[in-house]
Structures are given as structure tokens and as C-alpha cells.
Design a protein around this ligand. Structure first.
Ligand SMILES: [Zn+2]
Ligand SMILES: [Zn+2]
Length: 372
């Protein structure tokens, strides 16, 4: 079948729209007609080439309608509304424990650009095009997805808004709720208030955190963080920041959630922890002029503090994403206020706005709302 997709690997600042040939879904897979797809920073980092082979169709916050079932698909029916999350094997100890983002095969299944048997779902004439990015490659009008990648959503929800639940929103909200297990009366500081950080702020408010500190370099983002529930906001470049944050409670915060890759912020996120605090992070610190970042081990030892990497919010998408949608329905998780919509053809502008920060969470619309 002919599809339109945005291809990475041929240069340029953003993927380019091209016509590709897509095969039929194989056993255990489905064809999804995409309605919308969010753009996430992982797409920006992969576009010039990083972990995945090229040429490839990226995109991993897809939302769409099940159009065709491969052999043996039993969890879905044609016409179901689905959002797409990461791919996982379903059989390793992590998957069996309901922690599919830590699947033993997460790297080949999400970044390998092909099925485990080496095949891809896409080609351009004689040229192989890599597919199955996060099990979806959703910068396209249609996507071939393993059924484990898909999560069924209620048909009365606005499908075009739901894609970011599958990565950006769950990374922040799941990080706070599922991984750190922040609860009533707890205190937390969130570093970086992009889409992931703002989702973390919303989730901290949802679970009843007593003080929610937000730190960013943008006054506008900090204002948004306040609207979403931050009780205290600080500019990241202010003098004496560590003391100022510690003074919010007088003894530091119970949790930090760091969405940045700056070594100095990783150091700060440990410094502001109270005794027995936990520092969660979703991006690794980049090496700086002093070399690779390393934590202050004595402060961790003396305070019983923990440093915790978190992928995909520790969440099991099949159960957690419909819960997030339900909280959105009740007005308790207004993530849609972060979204900015672009026609699919404007992917270059959407990529530029994601990079510059003009848009917190750009979402590409694959078709007009009328026939969605
Ligand atoms: Zn992502
Ligand atoms: Zn697995």
C-alpha cells in the first residue's frame, strides 16, 4: 500500500514527506491509520542519526484507528481507537512484571528500525526504509505496529490530543506516580518544565504533594508550572538556588525529578534532597569541560539518598494510559494545554518550534478533523 511518511536520513533540519510502499501487517501486527502524532525530543535527537539505522521513519507518540489486523491479533478490532507507546517483547521478566519500558529487548525493539527477524515494513522502490521505531514509526499516514505497542482508548475521547500520553506525558506523570511514588504531604522539586516536567508538576498536584517546586530558565514556562500546580518557582540561573530550594521546607525536598541533561542540574537535584530523599532523572548528564558527571557519593551515603533512572515513567501503558485519560476527562490532568497542532505537511516548522521551545509539545495532524 502507498503511504505518505516523513523520512529521516536524507539530510535537512527535519524529516521530509515522501511516498513509501508499506507492506501488510504480519502475524501479531496491525495497520493503524494515524490521526495525529506528537513530536518528542527523542525524535529530534534521532533525526540526524544516533541509535537507529537510516533512512527511517521516526515518530513515537502516535494516535489513530485500527484499520487492518494481521493473523492472530486478538486484543483489538478494526475501528478501535488506539494510542501507541513503546514496543516490548512481552516475555522477559521485566515485561512479565508489568515494567515493559525495561524490557530486555527494549533497544532492538524501539531503536533497531526493524522487526527482530531483520525485516522492515517500508520501502522506497528498491531501497529498504527502516520502520518499527518504538514499534510504530508514526510520522506517517499509516503505521504497522505490533499489538503490544497499542493501547485501546475510549471512542468519546478526542483522539487527536491523546498521542503525547504515550511518551512525553507518561514520562513525567508516571515518573512521579509510578516510579518515585510521590504521595500526599510529600515535597518535590522538578527541574526543567518542558512537556515532561510540566506533566510531572500536574501529577504531583494530582497525588497531593504539599510543596511542588519548579525550576526553569524561562519565566513563561514557570508561569505555566504555577498554573499546573507548582507552589514555588525559581529561575535556574538565580544565585543561591540550592539554599533557596532547601529553604522551601527548611530541610530539603523528599523527591527531585530532573528532565535536563546538564551535569550542574544533576548535582543540584541531589543537593536539595532531604534525608532519605530520592532523585529521579529521565535524561543522562552530558559530560562537560570537567569530564563525565559523577554524584557526591558521601552526601548520598550520609543522607541515605538515592539516585534513580526512570524510563517511560515505569508505567505499564495498557493500564496507566487509560487512567491518565480519565484524569484528563475530570480536568485533573490538563496536558492538552501544552499541545500545539500543525498539519503533517508543516513538520519542518513543527520540528523548528520543538527545538526552539516555541511549542512545548507539537502535534502533527495527519488528516483534517472532519474525516478523522
Ligand atoms: Zn519520547
Ligand atoms: Zn520484554
Amino acid at each position: 500500500m502507498k503511504i505518505t511518511a516523513a523520512l529521516s536520513g536524507r539530510g535537512g533540519e527535519a524529516p521530509q514527506l515522501v511516498e513509501l510502499e508499506q507492506e501488510a501487517p504480519r502475524a501479531g501486527e496491525m495497520r493503524i491509520r494515524l490521526v495525529a502524532t506528537g513530536i518528542c525530543h527523542t525524535d529530534l535527537h534521532e533525526h540526524p542519526g544516533r541509535h537507529s539505522p537510516q533512512p527511517i521513519v521516526l515518530g513515537h507518540e502516535g494516535a489513530g484507528v485500527v484499520e487492518e489486523l494481521g493473523e492472530g491479533v486478538t486484543d483489538f478490532a478494526v475501528g478501535d481507537h488506539v494510542i501507541l507507546s513503546g514496543n516490548s517483547c512481552g516475555q522477559c521478566p521485566s515485561c512479565l512484571a508489568g515494567l515493559p519500558t525495561y524490557c530486555d529487548l527494549a533497544m532492538p525493539l524501539c531503536f533497531g528500525g526493524k522487526r527482530l527477524d531483520g525485516s522492515t515494513a517500508l520501502c522506497a522502490g528498491d531501497e529498504t526504509v527502516h520502520s518499527h521505531f518504538f514499534g510504530q514509526s508514526s510520522f506517517a499516514t499509516h503505521s504497522i505496529v505490533p499489538q503490544r505497542t497499542a493501547v485501546k482508548m475510549a471512542k468519546d475521547l478526542p483522539l487527536e490530543k491523546l498521542g503525547p500520553l504515550g511518551c512525553g506525558v507518561v514520562t513525567g506523570a508516571g515518573g512521579v506516580i509510578e516510579a518515585l511514588k510521590v504521595g500526599f504531604g510529600d515535597t518535590i522539586a522538578v527541574f526543567g518544565t518542558g512537556g515532561v516536567g510540566l506533566s510531572a508538576v500536574m501529577a504531583a498536584k494530582l497525588v497531593g504533594a504539599k510543596r511542588i517546586v519548579a525550576v526553569d530558565l524561562s519565566d513563561e514556562r514557570l508561569e505555566m508550572a504555577r498554573e499546573f500546580g507548582a507552589t514555588d518557582t525559581f529561575r535556574g540561573d538565580q544565585d543561591g538556588l540550592a539554599d533557596a530550594i532547601r529553604q522551601v521546607t527548611g530541610r530539603g525536598v523528599d523527591y527531585t525529578f530532573n528532565t535536563t541533561n546538564a551535569g550542574a542540574v544533576h548535582t543540584l537535584a541531589l543537593e536539595v534532597l532531604a534525608m532519605n530523599g530520592m532523585a529521579g532523572f529521565v535524561a543522562a548528564p552530558l559530560p562537560d569541560k570537567d569530564g563525565p558527571w559523577s554524584p557526591q557519593m558521601f552526601a548520598m551515603l550520609a543522607g541515605g539518598r538515592q539516585l534513580r533512572g526512570i524510563l517511560g515513567g515505569d508505567a505499564n501503558p495498557r493500564t496507566f494510559l487509560p487512567q491518565l485519560a480519565e484524569y484528563w476527562r475530570q480536568g485533573l490532568l490538563p496536558f492538552d494545554r501544552m499541545l500545539k497542532f500543525y498539519p503533517f505537511a508543516d513538520i519542518e516548522r513543527a520540528f523548528a518550534d520543538a527545538k526552539s521551545g516555541v511549542a512545548i509539545k507539537p502535534v502533527l495532524l495527519m488528516e483534517s478533523q472532519d474525516d478523522a
